[in-house]
Design a protein. Structure first.
Length: 277
């Protein structure tokens, strides 16, 4: 959780660059990649975090440090973002890492906008999330920061390459395993889905059912959840015959699981608890 000063710094800085990032064209892709890399560098160097956020250190010194580290190695926009961030006040040193990551995702969203692929990326992230729901070992391996990065990448690409995801989806998925940032893998993917949903002005509702739903059923669900969340929704349907019957609905972090398999699992837990007593 960010403190109040960090939340204000993060939001005001991103708001001030929104138009410029949106107008950066294909540079947004490179800016996003550079900022993901810098997030990783900052996460691995607490001393650097402190040096760039120390309220007692003149901003000029912080900018000089940025130039020593990244000058001539990143795009002008990337450097301008970093300069703006080090000139702001932060509740905690590590909060600046969160802001850099937020900017990286923003850049990727603007690139998706330019490519006309924003909804596609959001759907693909939901597809990745759905594919991982029943693979707890794979999820754990993807977010195991102690494991070799190459092995994590190999595992990720074995999972997604056949899906032919958009390059932005792939880059976001790779960032999520390269730099877990003390988050579970699905937690990061859900965070990304939420950011894309807010960016598009609608919410992603993932519905898992044993069979295909009719267009009428999908429209009914869309109407129900549009009213519930207070803004338009996109229904992402996942057909998983293992759920047997019923539906599992996820909106953001909220999950309603009325599938037959979930009910059977709940009954089994009650039986076991009764046996234990």
């Amino acid at each position: 959780m960010q403190g109040e000063a960090s939340r204000v710094a993060d939001r005001e800085s991103r708001d001030s660059f929104a138009k410029r990032l949106s107008a950066s064209g294909d540079d947004a892709w490179e800016i996003g990649n550079e900022l993901f890399t810098i997030t990783y560098v900052l996460d691995k160097n607490p001393r650097l975090q402190r040096a760039l956020t120390d309220p007692g250190r003149p901003t000029e010194d912080k900018v000089r440090l940025l130039n020593e580290l990244f000058g001539g190695k990143v795009l002008d926009m990337t450097m301008a973002i970093l300069v703006d961030l080090v000139g702001r006040s932060w509740s905690r040193a590590r909060d600046i890492d969160n802001a850099v990551e937020d900017f990286a995702v923003d850049a990727m969203m603007y690139q998706a906008d330019k490519d006309g692929k924003t909804l596609q990326v959001s759907i693909e992230l939901a597809q990745l999330q759905s594919a991982l729901l029943n693979l707890p070992v794979v999820r754990a391996d993807l977010s195991d920061d102690d494991g070799p990065l190459e092995a994590r990448y190999d595992l990720l690409h074995a999972l997604i390459d056949d899906a032919h995801f958009n390059r932005i989806t792939v880059r976001l998925a790779e960032h999520s395993t390269r730099n877990p940032r003390n988050r579970r893998y699905l937690e990061t993917i859900q965070w990304l889905i939420n950011k894309f949903s807010r960016h598009m002005g609608e919410s992603m509702v993932t519905v898992t059912a044993a069979t295909e739903l009719s267009e009428e059923q999908i429209q009914r669900l869309a109407k129900i959840y549009t009213k519930k969340v207070g803004r338009p929704v996109h229904i992402h349907l996942v057909v998983d015959r293992n759920v047997i019957g019923g539906m599992r609905v996820q909106v953001g972090d909220e999950v309603t699981d009325n599938t037959v398999v979930a009910q059977l699992q709940a009954l089994r837990r009650k039986v076991k608890a009764g046996t234990a007593e």
